[in-house]
Design a protein around this ligand. Structure first.
Ligand code: UVW
Length: 344
C-alpha cells in the first residue's frame, strides 16, 4: 500500500506496529479500547485542554523548556552530592534496537585509518569516520517539529514549515542551549516488581502518583521526568529487535493532563516512543506524541538506557539528580541523537 502517488510505502508497511494494529483480530482491538472507567475523548479535546500555545508568546518555539529557569538550574545543581555519573544513551552502532521498519540502526564507516601513508610529512597519521543514521534511530530528542496534525505544529505554526529543507519552525536548534535541570526517575517496572512491563501495559497518572509516593519523590514544575518501563532491559535480555519495535509498555494518553498539571518540562523513557503501543485509540497512532509535542510543546527523549541509574536509585533511595541532555544543533533538524547524563 502506498501513501500517495509518489509510490512511497504507507505507514502500515513501514512500521510493524502499524501493521500489527491493522492485523489485530477484532476481539483484540476491542480489548485494547479503554474500559468504561477510562472514557475515550478525542485526543484533540485533551490536546486543547493541556495546550501551551501562546503561553510563552506567539513566537515561542521552546515550549515547556521555558519552565526551566535559573532557579530550577540552581536547585538541580545542588542535587550533585556523591559525584556519581550515569550515561543514559545507548551505543550508537549497528547492534541497536531498530528493526529496519521505519528506521535502521546507525552505521559508522571508516574513511581513514592511517594504515597507509596519507601524504603528510613525518610520523603523523590520522583516523576519521562517517556515520549514517536517522537522527531518531538511537537515544534521541524529538524536537517540536517532529510531530504535527491538522495542519499545525506547536504554537500554531503551519505544518508546511517542515519541508524538504527541514524545519523552518520548532527545529531542534530551538532546544538550545540544551536541556538541563532536575531529573526525576519514576521506576514503574521496579515498583511493579518485574524486570520489564509487558508490551501494551498502560502506565496511567495514578501509577505515576503511586510510584512517586512509593519512591518518596515529588515531581515539580520544570522537571525532566524519566519513566522506566524495563523495555531496554528486555531488549538486552534477548536482542530481539522485532519484539522491541512490535509494541511497548508506556504512558497512557491519560498522562497528558498529569504532565500539564505538574508542569513537567520534558519526558524521557527507555522505550522507543514514551507512550504505550498498541495505543488507546484504534484509529490514531501515537496520540500522546501529538498532544505532548504539538499541543503542549514538550520534547520527548526516547530509547534511553536507564538501567544503571535505576539500580543506583534503588540502592540509595534517591530518585532525583541533575540531568543534562543537550541535543546536537542540526540546523532544521526535527530531532537529535543524545547521550544524556544523570549526576548525583
Ligand atoms: C515515530 O515513530 C514516528 O516517532 P518516535 O521515534 O518519536 O516514536
Amino acid at each position: 500500500m502506498t501513501d500517495d502517488a509518489s509510490g512511497r510505502l504507507g505507514a502500515e508497511e513501514r512500521d510493524p506496529h502499524v501493521r500489527a494494529l491493522r492485523d489485530r483480530p477484532a476481539a483484540e482491538n476491542a480489548s485494547a479500547r479503554p474500559t468504561a472507567a477510562e472514557p475515550l475523548e478525542d485526543f484533540r479535546t485533551i490536546g486543547r485542554r493541556v495546550s501551551n500555545w501562546g503561553r510563552w508568546g506567539d513566537d515561542d518555539e521552546r515550549g515547556t523548556l521555558n519552565l526551566i529557569g535559573p532557579a530550577q538550574l540552581i536547585d538541580a545543581a545542588g542535587l550533585v552530592r556523591t559525584g556519581k555519573m550515569f550515561a543514559l544513551g545507548i551505543p550508537f552502532d549497528d547492534q541497536g534496537p531498530q528493526d529496519g521498519g521505519i528506521r535502521g540502526n546507525p552505521a559508522r564507516l571508516m574513511k581513514e585509518t592511517g594504515a597507509h601513508p596519507q601524504g603528510f610529512p613525518g610520523a603523523f597519521r590520522y583516523a576519521d569516520d562517517y556515520v549514517f543514521m536517522a537522527l531518531q534511530s538511537a537515544s534521541q530528542w524529538d524536537a517540536l517539529a517532529h510531530v504535527h496534525y491538522d495542519g499545525a505544529l506547536y504554537n500554531g505554526f503551519p505544518s508546511s514549515s517542515v519541508d524538504f529543507r527541514g524545519a523552518g519552525r520548532c527545529a531542534v536548534t530551538n532546544l538550545s542551549p540544551g536541556v538541563a535541570g532536575r531529573g526525576v526517575l519514576l521506576d514503574v517496572a521496579r515498583w511493579r516488581g518485574v524486570d520489564w512491563l509487558d508490551v501494551g501495559t498502560r502506565i496511567g497518572p495514578e501509577d505515576l502518583d503511586e510510584v512517586a509516593r512509593a519512591q518518596g519523590v515529588e515531581v515539580r514544575a520544570g522537571d525532566i521526568l524519566l519513566v522506566r518501563t524495563g523495555w531496554r532491559r528486555r531488549f538486552l535480555s534477548d536482542l530481539d529487535r522485532r519484539a522491541f519495535r512490535a509494541g511497548e509498555p508506556g504512558l497512557s494518553v491519560r498522562c497528558a493532563e498529569w504532565l500539564r498539571r505538574h508542569d513537567v518540562a520534558a519526558v524521557g523513557s527507555d522505550n522507543f516512543a514514551v507512550e504505550v503501543l498498541p495505543g488507546e485509540y484504534p484509529d490514531e497512532y501515537l496520540p500522546l506524541h501529538m498532544i505532548a509535542i504539538r499541543d503542549m510543546g514538550m520534547p520527548l527523549a526516547e530509547i534511553l538506557d536507564l538501567e544503571s541509574l535505576a539500580e543506583d536509585c534503588a540502592d540509595d533511595g534517591v530518585f532525583e539528580f541533575l540531568f543534562t541532555g543537550p541535543p546536537l544543533s542540526f540546523t532544521g533538524g526535527v530531532g537529535s541523537p543524545v547521550n544524556p547524563l544523570a549526576l548525583k
